[in-house]
Design a protein around this ligand. Structure first.
Ligand code: DLL
Length: 435
């Protein structure tokens, strides 16, 4: 039986959703025009006035907003409410450039908590669950977001934050955690550590809610098998609130976007043209229901496909695929587009765990790509000729997936640094030679 946290919203008719979005958009455009000089200027430059926006059909008239706008307006330039009305600040996990900060009124925090509560319920959560939150707490939205959702649902919330794996496992076994929330790479690491300690039958997990970074279906399968759970994807970004902008249901085939709060579009990243449903492009969000920091047509750089096909879970909200890459993190190696997720798929299909690094380099104007992946302890004890044969096998599989040669180095188990947050898997040394 499917369960919903906000049934009247999550199963609303398409007409009802459209009515919410039309009214919300009109209201939001008026609010930002009146209260945010930065927006007013942008709209004036684009030759569009609040009266021109009657509803969704006029959305395309509004200019896009990018991370550069957020950086330019840093820190207070996009606020639509006075700072005294705000109760929270969060920030992106980005390590390069100026950080992006987002502001929340109590209404905005409530809305965000509700989105995360919906995600927990969609993963089978109830007030009787023990929700173990191992996303980082602090400026990063992962910990506070799932924490808020769990509270809202009335579950027992374990605010573990990331790190200290021994303590994570001890609490998990002693306190009977039933739902694990963390990045998929940390989930894989926890699974590995639990199995190594022989504690698999001491844990009571039934589900995991994993997001904040790209992960493949193969990785889902591995984590599910290693922990004996169902693993659900969750998507979000700080600029639009945090985790819970979209979440997976029991179907585990794409994530429902909370359309009563956010309008989603997919555009051609090169031309900005809005693409029809079913086409692959860059995801753009309008967070019309937010008070402090509403964004109009924010370009996420995440590449995905939207689908309004009926979902058997009964939810009517549009579904997005997992991000299929980022319009800005796609690697171009020897002129060929390479998505790290393609490499991960090959590795996992060949029996390796998701402990790998992709190193891209350029020498004498020629690009090279090397994939370093950890062997399992069994493989490591094999004789050298077998290991060499395995490397060759991977080279061939990668060539067939990517269309280019990638060098492969099988490395010792546990020699690649484990991540407690988002894994750093791609090292693009070519950046060092730029600018
Ligand atoms: O990562 C929010 C979040 C926390 C989402 C916990 C899910 C769970 P940022 O640090 O602002 O926010 O990073 C946002 O991370 O534009 C995507 O590129 C990527 N991302 C987020 N969720 C997923 C996912 C949080 N499920 C950026 N799959 C986004 C793939 C994801 N990429």
């Amino acid at each position: 039986m499917p369960n919903y946290f906000s049934p009247e919203k999550e199963t609303a008719s398409r007409e009802q959703i459209r009515a919410w979005q039309d009214a919300g958009l009109r209201d939001c455009v008026r609010r930002v025009y009146d209260n945010v000089p930065y927006y007013r200027k942008k709209m004036e430059e684009a030759g569009v006035a609040p009266e021109d926006i009657g509803g969704l059909e006029d959305l395309h008239k509004l200019p896009f907003l990018t991370k550069d706008d957020l950086r330019e307006a840093y820190p207070y330039g996009l606020m639509a409410r006075p700072l005294t009305d705000c109760v929270r600040i969060q920030s992106t996990s980005g390590t390069t450039g100026r950080r992006v900060v987002a502001f929340y009124t109590q209404h905005d925090v409530d809305l965000w908590d509700e989105c995360c509560a919906r995600a927990i319920v969609a993963a089978g959560g109830t007030p009787d669950d023990v929700v173990h939150v191992s996303y980082g707490y602090g400026l990063f939205t992962g910990g506070p977001g799932l924490n808020g959702g769990s509270h809202k649902l009335g579950s027992l919330t374990l605010p573990m934050s990331s790190g200290n794996t021994d303590r994570q496992i001890q609490f998990m076994t002693d306190l009977g955690s039933t739902i694990l929330c963390c990045t998929p790479s940390y989930a894989a690491y926890l699974a590995e550590s639990i199995n190594e300690r022989g504690l698999r039958d001491k844990i009571h997990l039934k589900a995991g809610i994993f997001g904040a970074e790209a992960w493949t279906e193969e990785m889902r399968r591995d984590i599910e098998n290693a922990l004996g759970i169902k693993a659900y994807d969750i998507y979000g970004l700080t600029e639009i609130s945090g985790p819970g902008v979209a979440f997976e249901c029991s179907e585990q085939s794409g994530m429902h976007i909370n359309e009563d709060y956010f309008i989603a579009e997919v555009i051609d990243p090169k031309t900005g043209e809005v693409l029809p449903e079913g086409e692959k492009g860059e995801l753009v969000f309008t967070s019309f229901a937010k008070e402090a920091f509403p964004l109009l047509r924010y370009r996420t750089k995440d590449i995905c496909i939207l689908s309004r096909e009926r979902c058997s879970c009964g939810r009517t909200f549009v579904k997005m695929t997992k991000p299929l890459g980022r319009s800005d993190d796609m690697l171009i190696v020897k002129g060929v587009n390479v998505f790290p997720s393609q490499i991960e798929t090959v590795l996992l299909n060949h029996g390796y765990a998701a402990n790998y690094q992709i190193i891209v380099d350029r020498q004498k104007n020629s690009d090279s790509i090397e994939v370093r992946v950890e062997m399992t302890p069994e493989m490591f004890s094999d004789e050298l000729s077998k290991i060499t044969a395995r490397e060759k096998e991977l080279v061939a599989a990668l060539k067939s997936m990517l269309g280019i040669y990638a060098n492969v180095r099988l490395v010792e188990p546990k020699s690649i640094v484990r991540s407690e947050g988002k894994a750093v898997r791609v090292i693009d040394k070519r950046n060092l030679y730029q600018g």
